[in-house]
Design a protein around this ligand. Structure first.
Ligand code: SF4
Length: 343
């Protein structure tokens, strides 16, 4: 059976081709074709011999994912991709256009075991983790499709990335490597509902990528209702790991807060959020709160917060010295906005 080349690390690839390639620079050429020139067929590797192209064709495959659906938002040009895997499973990725700063929101798992009640990915039972190659191939395929460079990567698609940590770590190594994707660590954001040990590991491994903590509530009981499988960590643990991240990485931390009408959007909630951030030393220019609209999903009777209440919530945070951003939903007309990546 052919091996999937994107699942190999550079060291593993060198070992796997050593009986057909003697010179190191040849293997480097292959890596360049795969990750820098983003070729989708070995026949495009024009600076290697036909014989070597054939050998590679016999042993390896470059693509395992199929784009089976592509929907483009008429509002903002966001594109939602549905990918099919070799084992006929489906998951999603989203292209977010921005002048010169295109990014992609990619998936890490098929389904999601965290089961957030406001998210359609959470309504899909976990099928399996995506492999390192499948994680990276989403970016390669989207770049090939749109014929534009991707400069930002958000691990905010289907799945909780920290539950697929080994493959995420391998994918991050490739994204950050100048010989592969060469994307700066400040342009990669990983989101988590608060898997504290996994976040600590990522911090200690020195990746320095940006972190987004999905808080969504300042009340334990309410948060548990919104995020049923929240790893059992308390709000305090999550904010503490945010503080740890900030101290160690000197990077930027985002606190994600989806506003749900009459649930977590009162003035008292805003004041409590400000108090919690102050208490955990997160009133800091490197910390930003993203207030996000709730994007309707099938089977949920949660409501979005009224515009006026969103502004009031924002103003309370601002008056407390917090940097606040109201995130606009992208691709809501094609179900590509946050929380809408389900079947
Ligand atoms: S919001 Fe994230 S963690 Fe929660 S169910 Fe959706 S994909 Fe999973």
């Amino acid at each position: 059976m052919k091996k999937y080349i994107l699942d190999f690390t550079t060291a593993q690839l060198k070992a796997a081709v050593k009986n057909i390639i003697k010179e190191d620079y040849r293997t480097n050429q292959i890596i360049e074709w795969v990750y820098v020139k983003k070729a989708s067929s070995f026949d495009d590797f024009t600076n290697i011999s036909k014989n070597l192209q054939e050998e590679l064709n016999k042993r390896f495959t470059l693509r395992v994912l199929k784009i089976v659906k592509k929907e483009r938002s008429i509002i903002d040009g966001t594109i939602r991709y549905t990918f099919q895997t070799v084992d006929k499973k489906y998951f999603f990725a989203v292209f977010l256009p921005a002048n010169g700063k295109n990014s992609v929101c990619i998936s890490s798992q098929i389904g999601c075991p965290v089961s957030c009640v406001f998210c359609s990915s959470g309504k899909v039972k976990l099928v399996r983790n995506l492999t390192k190659g499948e994680i990276l191939e989403q970016i390669l395929q989207i770049e090939n499709d749109i014929k534009e460079k991707i400069s930002g990567v958000l691990f905010m698609g289907m799945g909780e990335p920290t539950l697929n940590l080994n493959n995420i770590v391998l994918a991050l190594n490739s994204l950050l490597s100048n010989k592969e994707f060469g994307i700066g660590k400040r342009h990669i954001t990983l989101s988590s509902v608060g898997n504290v040990p996994a976040i600590k590991k990522l911090v200690d491994d020195n990746f320095g990528v940006r972190l987004a903590l999905s808080l969504h509530s300042v009340d334990e009981k309410q948060r548990k209702k919104l995020i049923p499988n929240n790893f059992g960590f308390h709000i305090e643990d999550i904010l503490n790991v945010g503080k740890y991240y900030l101290k160690k990485t000197k990077s930027h931390l985002t606190i994600e807060y989806i506003l749900f009408g009459n649930i977590n959007d009162s003035a008292a909630d805003a004041h409590k959020l400000a108090r919690l951030l102050r208490h955990h030393e997160l009133l800091n220019p490197s910390v930003q709160v993203n207030l996000m609209p709730f994007n309707p999903v099938k089977g949920s009777n949660l409501q979005a917060t009224q515009e006026e209440t969103v502004q009031k919530f924002k103003n309370i945070l601002k008056l407390n010295g917090i940097i606040v951003n109201i995130r606009q939903a992208k691709g809501a007309d094609i179900k590509a906005a946050c929380g809408q990546l389900g079947y």
